[in-house]
Design a protein around this ligand. Structure first.
Ligand SMILES: *Cc1c(COP(=O)(O)O)cnc(C)c1O
Length: 403
């Protein structure tokens, strides 16, 4: 009988969304007339359709596959077509991050790369993860039995964790703008992490999935805008939130050529080569039509069209934030992020506030403690919903909390 990887048995079940669904169902069965009145502000998925020029590019790519002369089979490297790697590198250069096409690898999304990157690192590394966090970072490391330690994000530090030089880490996960908190590192805060990683010889795995939502100039869109980052960081990004690709699947990971570690026998090892070896064995690339669609995202027309959708979500976020301002409720996010992370009013716990909003306002959000211990007493609202519904939800919350 094979033995299973028993680390999987130690993982916490993902109770968060199961519990939310249970509570909503219980409420509906007791109050069937309220079913259609419930507004969901907990969704972490986009709702607006793919931009027209992207759809056209995908169609054209699919048609090319149906013609002998332009048909494409396996991609040589599986790391993406040059036309897309060049477009991504040019995009980075447009905001001052020095990224070469050869450093870009096209993926089927950020979740896979965030989870799979651990394959190339030893199981005895110490992994530092900010708390609260996107659960993928923690789970993919616990699956390999790696030791995970946490950096606290709190109201005091504005949910931007600060490095502690008394703590040693080999791998560090950062996500900015952050899911779930919406908080984003400014240049100085991110530089502090690059300095820490350099000092500790650690590698930062930087999740930039929400960079397209940044509106403020002092918030870097890429860790590669920070001096020294190319020697200590990998950046993982995605078109999921940027261009509505959650159901289309395309992302990109940047591994700098100069990113190296020294093996136990003294050999200098290139992280890019190691990851290339890993992907070469376990991944065969992203479909050609999808890469054609992704390329269209980076054209001028594509940028204009995707920004229209992003502005729609940003306006929803502004509406949410405005109500919280009126109510005097503390929050992070909303400005450079589709997420708003608020402190539950009147000292309520996350789940207590969840129940209260569900019953009294028929609004559903996400209890912060589902993302880590520092989420206790906090709550996430998202701007990915419908404009009218967002307005109605915030009117209800305003009325309820000003009573
Ligand atoms: C949505 C999200 C992603 C994107 O994942 P994909 O696999 O590209 O859809 C990555 N990181 C975080 C923190 C996210 O919230």
């Amino acid at each position: 009988m094979p033995k299973v990887n028993e680390n999987f048995l130690k993982l916490e079940k993902n109770y968060l969304f199961i519990n939310i669904a249970k509570k909503i169902n219980a409420y509906i069965s007791e109050n069937p007339d309220k079913k259609d009145n419930i507004i969901r502000m907990g969704i972490g998925d986009v709702t607006l359709p793919i931009a027209p020029c992207v759809v056209e590019a995908v169609k054209k790519g699919a048609e090319e596959m149906g013609v002998k002369e332009t048909f494409k089979g396996y991609e040589d490297s599986g790391a993406g077509y040059d036309f897309l790697k060049e477009a991504v590198a040019e995009y980075y250069q447009s905001f001052g991050a020095d990224v070469k096409p050869s450093e870009v690898r096209i993926s089927d999304g950020a979740k896979s790369d965030c989870g799979n990157i651990v394959d190339i690192f030893s199981d005895d590394n110490v992994v530092l993860i900010t708390d609260p966090a996107y659960p993928v970072y923690v789970d993919s490391n616990l699956m390999n039995g790696r030791k995970v330690i946490y950096a606290d994000c709190t109201e005091e530090n504005g949910f931007c964790a600060v490095p502690d030089y008394n703590v040693h880490a080999d791998m560090i996960y950062l996500c900015s703008p952050n899911n779930p908190t919406g908080a984003a590192f400014n240049r100085e805060q991110l530089k502090a992490w690059v300095d820490y990683a350099t000092e500790k010889n650690a590698i930062i795995i930087y999740d930039a999935a929400y960079e397209a939502f940044i509106t403020e100039d002092n918030i870097p869109r890429s860790i590669f805008e920070i001096d020294g980052a190319k020697k200590c960081a990998i950046e993982i990004c995605s078109l999921s939130k940027t261009a509505g690709f959650t159901g289309m699947r395309c992302g990109y990971t940047v591994i700098p050529e100069e990113l190296e570690v020294v093996a136990s026998d003294g050999t200098v090892v290139s992280i890019s080569q190691l990851w290339g070896r890993r992907q070469g064995s376990k991944f065969n690339g992203v479909s050609y039509p999808v890469q054609c669609g992704a390329k269209a995202v980076f054209t001028q027309e594509g940028q204009e069209q995707i920004k229209e959708n992003i502005r729609y979500y940003q306006e929803n976020a502004r509406i949410i934030a405005q109500t919280l301002d009126k109510l005097g409720i503390w929050y992070t996010g909303g400005i450079n992020s589709p997420y708003i992370w608020l402190k539950c009013p009147n000292g309520m716990g996350s789940w207590e506030f969840f129940d209260y909003l569900l019953k009294e306002a028929n609004v559903v959000g996400t209890p912060g403690e589902g993302f880590g211990k520092n989420g206790k007493g906090f709550f996430r609202l998202t701007s990915f919903g419908d404009r009218e519904k967002t307005k109605i939800a915030m009117q209800r919350i305003e009325k309820l909390l000003s009573e």
